[in-house]
Design a protein around this ligand. Structure first.
Ligand code: UTP
Length: 276
């Protein structure tokens, strides 16, 4: 069914300068694991082992991270530190990785369209690694894959956003289908408080049907002159069906300093301190 997950990682990460001057934002560690590794783990847990990255300049550390480092493994053999690298090594073994480059940072819609060459004609997931999702049970992507099996249309994950932050999100209007699931009727990218059609903001988890590529090709640049995935999804919703899903779990906006620090404290308590 869904096998592929696309990770757009080409953005400049300007909110984290100077840390992101020559290192990818997605490699920032939350405690001792880079954001991108949490994201790939979530995809693999959902059965999506064909992993595609849309990269850009200065992002080679991501490719190196998901490659075997024999020299390092040799160095730490017998030191008791093997367990630190073991989960990453398992992840590398479980996945098939492919890469393509976005030439110019023309927005998330453009990044997804650039990824067409890695996806082809099949439904796929998109994960923005700077949205770190922590759950007690099934991961957010797994929840969405199950929903896709039932509805077979594009799905966006949403959460309630306060009035003060609504201008940072794509916001949906929808009709309730059943608990936590809405049929999207409208979408507005980064609305003012007055323009927002609801308080449901889209977070960085999507399942997309492959006709999204044709829709993106026909979509004009939107907010900030960028090709917006929200505009393409709105067109998809008008032609057919797009669902918004209020996922179970907690999401941290690790693209912002505040969210990143919160995530670090949370993961330290939940995974690191609890396990040590
Ligand atoms: P953001 O809006 O967070 O942008 O992109 P950014 O460049 O990463 O960070 P700031 O705002 O400058 O601090 C959301 C996601 O979309 C990807 C980013 O890599 C990030 O994962 N993206 C965005 C692309 O891959 N290409 C683009 O043209 C824009």
């Amino acid at each position: 069914m869904i096998q592929k997950c696309l990770f757009p990682v080409a953005g400049y990460g300007t909110r984290f300068l100077p840390a992101t001057k020559s290192s990818p934002k997605e490699m920032l560690p939350v405690v001792n694991k880079p954001l991108i590794e949490y994201a790939v783990e979530e995809a693999v847990d959902a059965g999506l082992t064909r992993v595609g990255f849309v990269t850009g300049r200065g992002k080679r550390a991501i490719e190196d991270h998901f490659d075997i480092n024999y020299e390092l493994e040799d160095q730490i053999r017998g030191t008791g530190k093997e367990d630190l690298i073991h989960p990453t090594r398992e992840l590398i073994g479980a996945c098939e990785f492919s890469y393509t480059r976005q030439k110019e940072m023309k927005g998330l819609g453009n990044a997804v369209l650039t990824g067409e060459t890695l996806i082809g004609d099949e439904p796929f997931a998109v994960v923005l690694a700077d949205d770190l999702c922590i759950t007690d049970g099934e991961g957010v992507l797994m929840q969405m894959v199950k929903l896709f099996r039932q509805f077979r249309c594009s799905i966006v994950a949403v959460e309630e956003v306060s009035d003060d932050h609504i201008h940072q999100y794509g916001v949906v209007a929808g009709e309730l289908v059943k608990d936590g699931i809405y049929r999207v009727t409208d979408m507005v990218e980064k609305p003012t408080r007055d323009q927002a059609p609801s308080n449901l903001g889209i977070i960085g988890r999507y399942i997309l049907t492959p006709n999204i590529f044709d829709v993106l090709r026909d979509t004009l640049p939107g907010k900030n002159g960028e090709l917006q995935i929200t505009d393409a999804l709105k067109a998809q919703a008008q032609e057919g069906c797009v669902l918004a899903y209020r996922f179970k779990g907690r999401r941290f906006d690790c693209g912002s300093i505040d969210g990143f620090v919160e995530a670090t404290n949370h993961c330290y308590e939940k995974f690191y301190k609890a396990g040590s």
